[in-house]
Design a binder for this molecule. Structure first.
Ligand code: ZN
Length: 288
């Protein structure tokens, strides 16, 4: 493990505010600003990967995540020819169970202070409009986040982003969910990413967890600025071609944002793995 030493100035201020805001919360003792990276991910952060190894969002490519073993590139980032970006990230969760992962994906979203635990420097706030419905007793973990939209402010690198993530059933993207159990896939958090306030579709996010001998591993894939569109009067307006031609995809994504997204994913999930078993043991049976 090596310590993270680069904290963009905006995130330093966010950290100070988050530390103040969380004081008094019953889970404040999990707020910890010591972020680390696994040494084996460093090569992936030093140069972009070969785009020839990037997956697409086609069902065939998505379902290749259900095959045994690993892809050619599990950690990497690159720009694609149209200016969009692809990111692939693998993080390990020794001592963690899929139950903990599925619990975390709704539990963190019920209070913005909980969200800051995950990445105390870069996570600013999360909000949901469906809290009352999602708090109903008797729901499964997945029923508390699939179909829901999380309204998020977070730093990606030095950029303060206002985004929304709408979590989807992976079957709706063509994932062969009937193969999940045999493939050891025991949890998922897949979603469409939008930029606020116009809800410009800004990316596709896949998180799949796979059981390992000592816990699970998380395989994440992001396509940034892959299919930009906006909803106008209830109809989806595809902006992909003009966004490519005008260089908007490259500005929204490109290598620069792809790199920051890989770094962000590695830091936040490595950090989450460090306290997930303990916070789940303390709060996992409390309800919303
Ligand atoms: Zn984050």
């Amino acid at each position: 493990m090596i310590p993270v030493t680069y904290y963009p100035v905006g995130t330093q201020k966010a950290f100070a505010r988050n530390a103040q805001r969380i004081a008094g919360k019953p889970y404040a003792h999990y707020f910890n600003g010591d972020m680390v990276l696994h040494e084996d991910v460093l090569p992936a952060l030093r140069a972009p990967m070969d785009p020839a190894h990037a997956l697409t969002t086609s069902p065939a490519d998505l379902n290749s995540l259900l095959d045994p073993g690993y892809h050619e590139v599990e950690n990497g980032y690159c720009a694609l020819p149209d200016g969009s970006a692809y990111v692939t990230s693998l993080t390990r969760f020794p001592g963690c169970t899929s139950e903990m992962f599925r619990w975390w994906f709704w539990w963190h979203s019920f209070e913005p202070e909980r969200y800051t635990l995950w990445y105390p420097w870069n996570h600013v706030s999360v909000r949901r409009k469906d809290l009352a419905a999602a708090s109903a007793p008797g729901l499964s973990h997945e029923q508390r986040y699939i179909g829901s939209t999380h309204i998020i402010t977070e730093y990606i690198g030095p950029d303060r982003m206002k985004i929304e993530i709408t979590f989807v059933d992976p079957a709706s993207w063509g994932f062969d969910v009937a193969r999940f159990a045999a493939a050891g896939i025991s949890g998922h958090a897949c979603g469409d990413v939008f930029l606020q306030p116009i809800r410009l579709r800004a990316g596709t996010m896949v998180h799949l967890i796979r059981d390992t001998d000592d816990g699970f591993e998380l395989r994440s894939r992001y396509w940034l600025a892959d299919r930009p569109s906006i909803s106008v009067a209830g109809r989806e307006l595809n902006l992909s071609l003009p966004a490519t031609l005008l260089g908007i995809k490259r500005r929204l994504a490109g290598e620069r944002v792809g790199y920051e997204q890989l770094l962000h994913d590695q830091i936040e999930f490595t950090h989450l793995a460090s306290f997930l078993p303990k916070i789940y043991a303390e709060f996992g049976s409390d309800g919303p």
